[in-house]
Ligand binder design. Structure first.
Ligand SMILES: [Zn+2]
Length: 1096
């Protein structure tokens, strides 16, 4: 439970408002944006140190690039490869010869702790009769034991696994991978036996979910009780799959342990021959059941591959089989189980170190002293006490923080606390803000800082008596003493130049070159802005937005517009000296929308006409950002630039770029240059923007290479967003663009922000990932920050932690609200600390781990060859799992793959990261697409990375039409598709509707209003609006999926066997990919081998 002495037990949060009434009420109603006047909390006499009192120095811009003018911009025509159209990669023609799986690195030294020898158990440990014969063993393995908790004894592995045989699969690229788990048919018991046996196991499926172990995806049951021991998390694949018609190699009943766990008292001694016989011993683990047809192999041999999957002795009459996909951990099952187990109760944050429900579970949060998981998620909620332990486990200690996360309507926004002129109360030494973990002492006259232990005086006006437990009697009346998240109104000390900020401004900067005009973009945009300007972000109950707006158009030169309300018509001012950008007008450039509405409307009507006949194809880019930033500087305010840009900026100007796209660099040491900006000018410019609080959102409409890697530098460093619409055509793309634009313009943004993460003694924040700028090692500077953006922070030990006091994080975000109010948002989180590694592994969150690992890898490609980055990930994952195996799992055969319950999806998810477009691109994935995705992932939250790397695949006609809930997802693999069904697939960026070739005619009619499958238009992006239940349901589901995501997903209808299906299949991430990415089954086998190497 809560170890924080000062943390309140359970504040009466059924009704937060009542509790806080009398205390800045307007803010307590859950109106985050309230600008209510300060409530009279006595002034704290001591000077409150400013958070960031020194203005950020401006940085002068680098001289114009002197690079040679681009020779030509001719490139691959705008194709389907464009992101946003086909999202994570295009699958076609991935030359597997060039992108084949590389040799994986060998095992690495495993921390400083010597590895324990693999347990060797030559004899039977289980109460299950005599050791099976070799026939039984193989059969049993085929029947998929990954170390059942009650697994029957296995004979020495070598009985089952001989040297390579001649069973090489037809594919030939990898002689054995197709053979995983293949066994002579003769050894298999009749299917009915196996099934019957399994069917008799229900009682064993009643263990609590955390009992661990791969639960059998097929049975869906929780793991068996027998594996519930605290030290056995993660043991054992659960029950064997029960639904496999062609389960030819099930174990004989007597050999089949009840429930067929994957762990458990291990079978036979670990293979003593593991070194001599590098082949996969994995067969032992499991699931080698039913043949499901040939499985693609790893593209290239691993070291020691020769015996991979090899079979011993007897001639093998059957075609190769492989690990049964139903028997390996299923993301769908884990998601489902968590929904069932944790979706009904609110998540109450009063308890330290509690692992929240998964991001895929809908749940409500009650703040009782720790920040909601919507704001902070951690890779582990129980941190090793020492750095040695942490190094041994290799589990990254990281938090994914989304400081301005939007909350569901049922949850109150953080209360705003106003301490008047004295400002928020802080520790004098470490500057941490008052929070529930601070401990009041000496009758309430002082408080001890929970972060640095410093004893501070309580200012008189903040004094309050303590109750008999040592807690302040007003603790529940003060958010900062009882809640995990809250805000403070900042004093002038927290403002730039010691001046309260002006309201921010939005500047719309529109490319009016030939391409922008021709595609219809300019007309569409201007039309939309006329109405969109009425929906600028507002705070609280404000009637109108405080945000001012300005307009610029540009091609090779810039046009500024005076839209002062007193003018009858807008006035244009042209600046052609783009090398030395200045803003030609101050008065009338940034205006209030309602005051200048007529002039603005007139301007937006005229822009498309003015440039209708333009022949100008060249554009500038850096000078546009420079101009917007200078305009904000002149107006002394923060703000956001919305840039709508079409082409590589080749016009003579600072920041001019050349076409340096070169796919030949892929898989070379120079590949990293494709991700790096081609000039340093944009970093310099970004620095200036950050100093001004100028955030840049970039909407790109490229018809060819535009060098996203360089153009996205400023958005990336200023907390902005990049959107990309390749080959934009109004008719095809307007819905997506307008939807994104509306959302982007309306979303609440914090400006000119600085984020600081403080920690209690023993750990500290050492690394940061996200869209921001850092000029020192601690302050994350965000010119802008919206509710979608996350910052991932990694922690390292600098001292020993204490189990009793745990570890504390405090994230403080100083920002200017949309109304121009300076505020501090505080999030606190207390974590447990452990001296046993098992506690670490029991409290991990794989989704968060993957978020961290993806960001780590995606940053790594800037500096290292992609292959090195992939290898590093694999090695780290193997180390994490091997450490668990060695220290936490019960002794068992090395042939068993044992995964911690909380991390049983780590291999499948990691494989998705490894084969993502950034790390393993297919032939059709463009350089810009990769840079774009790399940039997007950097700011993603855990829910977004989760679905991005492992897409959701929803069958549409399996569940009753009247069912209001989303249909249960199926695993992202081709073999899960039934050709009589229709599926939706989404990953947060892309949305496909896949139609099976044998789908019923009635369904086709109901959805597409055509009479047969062949008449459905492939590539369709809009479903006809038809008045029947199925059509309504599917369209409703599409709307609801879109509403859940931060970007509009364009629909693509894909017919089975159609050309477009290749695109769709790229998202079936459990399968081998055309770019050489391993299938889940193959990768799991490979991971097992890596682990074994580490352990041997
Ligand atoms: Zn302190």
């Amino acid at each position: 439970m809560n170890v924080n002495q000062s943390a309140p037990p359970v504040p009466p949060f059924g009704q937060p408002q009542p509790v806080y009434t009398g205390y800045h009420q307007s803010s307590y109603g859950g109106q985050p944006g309230s600008t209510a006047p300060p409530t009279p909390y006595g002034a704290y006499n001591g000077p409150v140190p400013g958070y960031q009192q020194t203005p950020l120095p401006g940085v002068s811009r680098a001289p114009p690039s002197s690079e040679a003018p681009p020779v030509s911009t001719a490139q691959a025509p705008c194709g389907q490869a464009a992101y946003g159209q086909f999202g994570q990669g295009d699958v076609q023609n991935g030359p597997s010869s060039t992108v084949q799986m590389q040799r994986f690195p060998g095992s690495q030294p495993f921390g400083s702790v010597p590895l324990a020898p693999v347990v060797s158990q030559p004899t039977v440990l289980q109460p299950y009769g005599p050791p099976p014969t070799s026939a039984q063993v193989t059969a049993q393995l085929a029947g998929m034991q990954i170390g059942g908790a009650v697994a029957p004894a296995l004979p020495p592995v070598r009985l089952g696994y001989g040297p390579p045989t001649s069973l090489a699969p037809a594919s030939g690229s990898y002689p054995n991978s197709g053979l995983y788990g293949s066994y002579p048919q003769g050894q298999a018991p009749p299917l009915s036996q196996a099934q019957g046996h399994l069917g008799a196991q229900p009682p064993q499926r009643s263990a609590p979910p955390q009992a661990s172990g791969f639960t059998s995806p097929a049975s869906g049951g929780p793991p068996m009780p027998s594996v519930t021991g605290p030290l056995l998390p993660g043991q054992g694949f659960g029950g064997p799959s029960v639904s496999q018609p062609n389960h030819v190699s099930s174990p004989p009943p007597q050999a089949l342990p009840p429930g067929t766990q994957m762990t458990g008292p291990p079978g036979p001694p670990p293979p003593m021959h593991s070194s001599q016989q590098p082949g996969y011993q994995l067969q032992q683990n499991g699931s080698f059941g039913p043949a499901r047809g040939p499985q693609p192999n790893y593209g290239s041999p691993y070291p020691g591959a020769p015996t991979f999957g090899s079979q011993p002795g007897p001639p093998q009459p059957l075609p190769p089989k492989r690990l049964d996909p139903d028997a390996i951990p299923s993301p769908i099952q884990v998601i489902e189980d968590d929904r069932n187990n944790r979706g009904s109760e609110p998540f109450v944050t009063g308890v330290r170190g509690q692992v929240p429900p998964l991001v895929t579970t809908n749940f409500l949060v009650k703040d009782q002293g720790n920040a909601s998981p919507r704001y902070i998620r951690c890779t582990s909620y129980n941190i090793p006490c020492t750095s040695d332990m942490a190094k041994q486990a290799q589990v990254p200690l990281a938090a994914v923080i989304k400081p301005l996360a939007r909350l569901p309507p049922e949850e109150a926004s953080p209360y705003v606390v106003d301490h008047g002129e004295s400002g928020p109360l802080r520790c004098n030494r470490c500057k941490a803000y008052m929070c529930p973990f601070m401990q009041f002492v000496e009758g309430g006259r002082r408080f001890q800082c929970c972060f640095c232990s410093c004893i501070n005086d309580v200012p008189p006006q903040y004094f309050q008596h303590l109750d008999h437990t040592g807690k302040r009697v007003d603790a529940y009346d003060r958010p900062e003493l009882s809640l995990g998240s809250y805000e403070f109104l900042a004093t002038v000390d927290y403002c730039k130049n010691n001046k309260f900020p002006s309201p921010p401004a939005f500047i719309f900067m529109i490319d009016v070159s030939y391409n922008a005009i021709r595609s219809g973009l300019v007309r569409l945009l201007c039309e939309e802005l006329k109405s969109l300007l009425d929906f600028l972000p507002r705070e609280g109950g404000a009637e109108e937005s405080a945000i001012r707006v300005g307009f610029v158009t540009y091609n090779k030169v810039l046009h500024f517009y005076n839209v002062k309300s007193s003018l009858a018509q807008p006035q244009m001012m042209v600046v052609s000296d783009v090398a030395d950008m200045f803003v030609p007008l101050l008065d009338g450039f940034l205006v209030n929308v309602s005051e200048s509405r007529a002039v603005i409307t007139s301007l937006l009507d005229q822009i498309p006409e003015m440039f209708a006949d333009t022949r100008e194809t060249e554009t500038v880019f850096a000078p546009v950002i420079q101009a917007g930033m200078e305009a904000l500087k002149a107006a002394e305010c923060a703000g956001k630039l919305f840039l709508f840009h079409t082409s590589l900026p080749i016009a003579e100007a600072p920041g001019k770029l050349k076409n340096r796209d070169d796919r030949k660099l892929i898989n070379t040491d120079k590949e990293k240059t494709l991700f790096q900006p081609q000039t340093g000018a944009y970093q310099t410019l970004a620095k200036e923007c950050v100093a001004q609080g100028c955030s840049v959102d970039l909407f790109l409409f490229p018809n060819q290479y535009v060098d996203v890697a360089t153009l996205s530098v400023v958005p990336q460093l200023t907390g902005g967003s990049v959107y990309k619409y390749a080959c934009f055509q109004v008719e095809n793309d307007q819905e997506r663009f307008l939807s994104d634009l509306r959302r982007d313009v309306q979303k609440v943004v914090g400006f000119d922000a600085v984020m600081r993460v403080r920690t209690s003694t023993g750990i500290r924040a050492v690394d940061f990932f996200g869209a921001f700028y850092m000029s020192n090692t601690t302050d994350v500077e965000l010119a802008g920050l919206d509710g979608d953006k996350t910052v991932t922070v990694e922690f390292k030990h600098d001292d020993r932690l204490n189990e009793e006091s745990g570890a504390l994080l405090q994230c403080a975000l100083l920002y200017t609200s949309c109304a121009g109010q300076r505020r501090l948002r505080i999030h606190n989180l207390a974590l447990n600390c452990c001296t046993q590694l098992a506690d670490l592994y029991r409290n991990c969150e794989t989704d968060t781990l993957i978020n961290y690992m993806a960001k780590f890898a995606y940053r790594g490609v800037l500096n290292s060859p992609v292959k090195t980055v992939r290898d590093t990930l694999i090695t780290q994952c193997a180390q994490i799992l091997a450490c668990y195996r060695k220290n936490c799992a019960s002794p068992s055969s090395a042939g068993q793959l044992i995964l911690p319950e909380c991390m049983k999806l780590l291999p499948v998810y990691l494989n998705c990261v490894l084969k993502s477009d950034v790390l393993q691109p297919g032939a059709e994935v463009t350089t810009d697409d990769r840079a774009y995705v790399r940039q997007l992932v950097t700011s993603m939250d855990v829910a977004e990375t989760n679905v991005f790397f492992y897409p959701r695949l929803l069958p549409l006609t399996k569940s009753p039409i009247e069912s209001a809930t989303e249909p249960p997802a199926v695993r992202a693999s081709e073999e899960r598709l039934s050709n009589g069904d229709i599926y939706l697939l989404e990953n947060g960026l892309n949305l496909f509707l896949w139609v099976g070739a044998s789908v019923q005619q009635g369904v086709v009619q109901s959805l597409f209003s055509v009479s047969s499958f062949s008449q459905i238009t492939s590539g369709l992006s809009v479903l006809p609006v038809l008045d029947n239940p199925l059509s309504k349901k599917v369209r409703g589901l599409i709307d609801s999926l879109r509403a859940q995501r931060s970007r509009y997903m364009k629909l693509i209808v894909v017919k089975q066997e159609d050309k477009l299906e290749m695109l769709f299949k790229h998202f079936l991430v459990e399968d081998k990919s055309l770019s050489g990415g391993a299938s889940y089954v193959d990768f799991l086998c490979h991971m097992h081998k890596e682990i074994r190497q580490l352990l041997s």
